[in-house]
Design a protein around this ligand. Sequence first.
Ligand SMILES: [Zn+2]
Length: 260
Amino acid sequence: MTAMNEEQLKICARWINESRKGVVFTGAGISTESGIPDFRSPGGLWERFDPSELSFQNFQSSPRSRRLYWEFYRENWRLSKDVKPNRAHLAVADLEKRGKLIAVITQNIDGLHQAAGNTAEKVFELHGNMWEVRCLSCNALYPWEEIFNDLEKGKEVEKCGHCGGLLKPATVSFGQSLPVQTLRDAQEYCKICDLLICIGSSLVVYPAAGLPELAKSSGARLVIINRENTPVDRVADLVIRGEAGKVMSKILRLLDAENG
Ligand SMILES: [Zn+2]
């Protein structure tokens, strides 16, 4: 277990207090406490499904790959549908309620920031959202529950009722580019924020990993909260080693103490 320095937590709380335009950036580490399955861990879905077979190109070109992809999503939905936001998500939602956040940028597809109470319009999901199913041609939105129920009954997923296009969960697959506007918005918020707190991201996957450096070079304070080292630690103003939930709930208590 990593020891957490009380002084570091106090500095972070003080910077949040001083901040007017804070941004939070999150990765998988904020959702582990909620029990969101890690595909890479032993027994994870990547032991049963080959990610390269589930590429966007295969999805578009091969009915067999599409069936495999939907089988994968059926499992993914089964494992994640009862998952709830944890104390780290709730702390981030609390920061927005306190008027401290202008945006939440996330690499996660689980929708737990919105479930915790963050305003949907302020949440920028770089890899999409697993609870949205959209038509690849006309972008029409379909309720995931109906498709999940059909899959559970062994039915095939139908084509778009409006245009006949292919339906797909609105997440970024291998070989599929990040949503351009979402990435642009995220970059804009990183340029104008005065404090960026990165929580539970290893900060290795570009272009997301470039966002902290962008905020830092635009004059923001940069805080990194993660269990392991990240390549961006060297430019951060503050690095806190620890579990997202534990760290964030302690910081919130310190905030209350400072303001009480
Ligand atoms: Zn359509």
